[in-house]
Design a protein around this ligand. Structure first.
Ligand SMILES: [Zn+2]
Length: 93
């Protein structure tokens, strides 16, 4: 008999959406990461680099694209390519 006893409680890591600051489990948020000064989407959440999180609210994605919130959070300048990647990864599109 295999006894799969849980010896410790699972801690669910929470992160805040960089736009609306709502806290949510890391997995339900989309991680954005800056690599070589360019913004990338990080679906795995494991890419190395400075990261920020966006929630599932498409309004937050729009604000991320249209305002300077990511510039401040990630010290990155959004290029047209970055905006393109964001719009492609947007939850409701
Ligand atoms: Zn949000």
């Amino acid at each position: 008999m295999v006894n799969q006893q849980q010896t410790h409680q699972k801690h669910i890591p929470e992160r805040s959406c960089v736009v609306c600051r709502t806290k949510a489990p890391k997995r339900s948020l989309t991680r954005l990461v800056v690599i070589d000064g360019e913004l990338h989407i990080d679906p795995s959440g494991k890419m190395k680099g400075r990261g920020a999180y966006l929630c599932q609210n498409d309004g937050c994605w729009e604000r991320a694209m249209k305002t300077n919130v990511l510039n401040h959070a990630l010290k990155v300048t959004l290029t047209d390519d970055s905006r393109q990647r964001l719009s492609e990864a947007m939850p409701s599109s």
